[in-house]
Write a new protein. Structure first.
Ligand SMILES: Nc1ncnc2c1ncn2[C@@H]1O[C@H](COP(=O)(O)OP(=O)(O)OP(=O)(O)O)[C@@H](O)[C@H]1O
Ligand SMILES: [Mg+2]
Lengths: 264, 370
């Protein structure tokens, strides 16, 4: 197996605050990889570095052998990394279908003149974009809502639409930032099945941030745990569950102070 | 493609029909109708920048001015005092006769588009109010430069422009602009424009080259504003820097806001309303002897909008597009379903209980191992 994504000593500092430090990971092609950690651990910051939203203060990101460190988000998207957002960022005034089509914009093989004159090429492209978007909506289970404006969707559906839009960019690596947040139990089960189908049927490697431990543990093959920007553990779900540092990070957080600091 | 060409032919035919009608009716109303056509061009083109792409531009009059002066430069006999030679110099029009009108117009359009490109690039880093101020500055710079450029009349303006504009040309170009903008709006580029307006970060992460698209929006809008300027110049026959002042840009924005920012039909309706209304009010101006009542009307429109939308156009905050957009019917966000506020904390609790429950496999005192 070859690594699709490798990061070496990534660090992200905001002024004096170090959000992430020495972040190393290696995600295999076709893997379902989990990234967990208590609130404020730096998980979203890692996603922001991977997708070009933040320029890492230090370190290197290598996607399938080529470095992508510091590239613009659109360039990284073109290389096959897509994501969803923890705080949903849909194009509210576009329809559900148009949101997905907007995700496919970068693959449209037409120029402005084609669009203005509505050439045959434009019509074919538009038609295929529409079909593809419809397929993706059916895939995530939003086919019957294609015509609604995105803002009219229920919360769980908005999360699914974000996934469909990200899939429309034709990613090799899909980063999901708490896709189950705000979903009820039934929706989470559905989501879990959907994520598995994205990997199994579409062959897309998945990097998943999720607070719902059952969901992560049941889904991911490997999990990396962050706490205060540091990697404290990486391994199979069973290992992670039993890891002292992990348990401490989760149980210690917010309680009578951290044992670790008390020890030193 | 063929269908588009067919529609273009129809537009020309319709414009010609309209031209004949306008020729036969009262000159006063014909004039207003023609000005409506020019306003439609302005509003529809600005709507691409402000309404679709969400970039608040206050520089539309600047693009108009460039189009007007460049096209007039090519069709007008210019006479100016050359200091070096110490005498009056006459420049004969390069694009003589009415056949030269369309090439001159297009040159004006391209010059404005080039300005759109130039202004588009540095404004990429600016958002919201800052962009508005920068584009406002651009408009002012254009008028100041023209004022100091004696070859085109400086502050006195340029007169004696041949009256080449007529109903046919005005409505042909207005029709082309509306058709192209409709096509643009419904294409993948239109979705990209709206995506940038709705959520620029998400658009960029989804692979939309936001910088390129924003510049394209400026260039596209500027081109048709330039055409509109050229048409206006050859319609009024006299232009001066004052014709294209800051208020002209505001006028076009008020058209958009009135009709519905981001809506093509809204832009057209707004353009027609705010062209006809002040012209009608000219009567009031003369009968009441109150010149400048038009400005009062614009202010009134704004005030009424604010009264009916208590959020206000310039709101508690600033001159922001989202605010403007939220004023318009059907555009108010219907309380997008949001996550329960405390849900992340909740999730953490869930994680805690998970770890608290899971470790049957753990030694009872895991801290003790240290
Ligand atoms: N743009 C920023 N400027 C300053 N600080 C930031 C910025 N982005 C993140 N941080 C800080 O970095 C730390 C990590 O934040 P991050 O959002 O990555 O956490 P997270 O693991 O995703 O948490 P959560 O589970 O709550 O989503 C936090 O302390 C946060 O305040
Ligand atoms: Mg986060």
């Amino acid at each position: 197996m070859t690594a699709l994504l490798e990061t070496r000593d990534l660090a992200m500092r905001f002024g004096g605050l170090t959000a992430v430090e020495k972040f190393c990971c290696s995600i295999e092609k076709g893997e379902l990889f989990g990234l967990i950690g208590p609130n404020g651990a730096g998980k979203t910051t890692v996603f922001n570095m991977l997708t070009g939203v933040y320029k890492p203060s230090e370190g290197e990101i290598v996607l399938d052998g080529t470095p992508t460190t510091g590239l613009a988000p659109a360039d990284i998207s073109a290389r096959g990394v897509s994501r969803t957002f923890q705080n949903i960022r849909l194009f509210d005034e576009l329809s559900v279908l148009e949101n997905v089509m907007a995700g496919a914009h970068q693959h449209a093989k037409i120029n402005l003149l084609d669009a203005l004159l509505r050439t045959g090429r434009y019509r074919r492209e538009e038609e295929s974009q529409r079909e593809q978007a419809m397929r993706l909506l059916d895939f995530v289970g939003l086919g019957d809502r294609a015509g609604l404006p995105a803002r009219a969707l229920a919360y769980g559906h908005r999360r699914k639409l974000e996934i469909a839009r990200a899939l429309a960019t034709q990613p090799r690596l899909l980063c999901l930032d708490e896709p189950g947040a705000g979903m009820n139990h039934a929706e989470k089960l559905e989501l879990s099945a959907l994520i598995r189908r994205i990997r199994d049927e579409l062959g897309i490697t998945i990097l998943l941030i999720e607070h719902d431990m059952k969901l992560v543990m049941g889904l991911c093959e490997r999990i990396q745990v962050l706490d205060h920007g540091q990697t404290i553990c990486c391994g199979a779900p069973a290992e992670v569950q039993c890891n002292d540092a992990v348990i401490e990070a989760y149980l210690g957080a917010g309680e009578s102070g951290r044992k670790k600091t008390a020890d030193h | 493609m063929l269908r588009t060409l067919g529609i273009l032919a129809l537009i020309c035919a319709a414009a010609f029909g309209l031209h004949l009608v306008l020729d036969s009716i009262d000159a006063y109303w014909a004039r207003i109708a023609n000005l409506c056509g020019i306003s439609i061009l302005l509003a529809v083109s600005l709507n691409v920048i402000n309404g679709l792409c969400g970039q608040f531009s206050l520089g539309h009059a600047g693009f108009m001015a460039i189009g007007a002066y460049v096209s007039a430069f090519f069709t007008t006999t210019l006479r100016y005092f050359d200091d070096a030679a110490g005498q009056y110099v006459t420049v004969l029009p390069l694009l003589d006769q009415s056949w030269g009108f369309v090439p001159a117009l297009l040159l004006g359009g391209f010059a404005a588009a080039a300005a759109g490109l130039v202004i588009g690039i540095p404004t990429l880093r600016l958002r919201g109010d800052y962009l508005a101020i920068a584009t406002l500055g651009f408009g002012e710079i254009v008028t100041i430069m023209i004022t100091n450029f004696s070859k085109v009349g400086g502050a006195n303006g340029l007169s004696g422009i041949p009256a080449y504009s007529n109903g046919f040309w005005i409505f042909t170009f207005a029709g082309i602009c509306v058709l192209f903008t409709l096509h643009l709006q419904r294409s993948t580029f239109g979705r990209a424009l709206i995506a940038i307006r709705e959520n620029e970060l998400a658009a960029e992460v989804m692979g939309i080259r936001t910088a390129r698209i924003k510049i394209a929006a400026f260039v596209y809008g500027a081109f048709f504003a330039g055409i509109a300027g050229g048409l206006l110049g050859h319609f009024l026959q006299t232009i001066s820097p004052a014709t294209f002042g800051f208020m002209k840009s505001i006028e076009v924005i008020v058209m958009l806001v009135l009709g519905g920012l981001g809506s093509l039909t809204g832009a057209i309706i707004g353009a027609v309303t705010l062209t006809v209304l002040p012209e009608l009010l000219r009567d009031v101006e003369t009968s009441t002897g109150m010149p400048g009542i038009r400005m009062v009307v614009y202010s009134l429109v704004l005030i009424l909008l604010m009264l009916f939308r208590p959020q206000g156009i310039f709101g508690q905050r600033e001159l922001s597009l989202r605010l403007l957009r939220s004023l318009l019917p059907g555009r108010r966000k219907e309380g997008a379903p949001s996550a329960p506020a405390a849900f992340t904390a909740q999730q953490s609790v869930e994680a805690k209980t998970f770890f608290a429950r899971a470790p049957q496999t753990l030694p009872p005192q895991n801290e003790g191992k240290k």
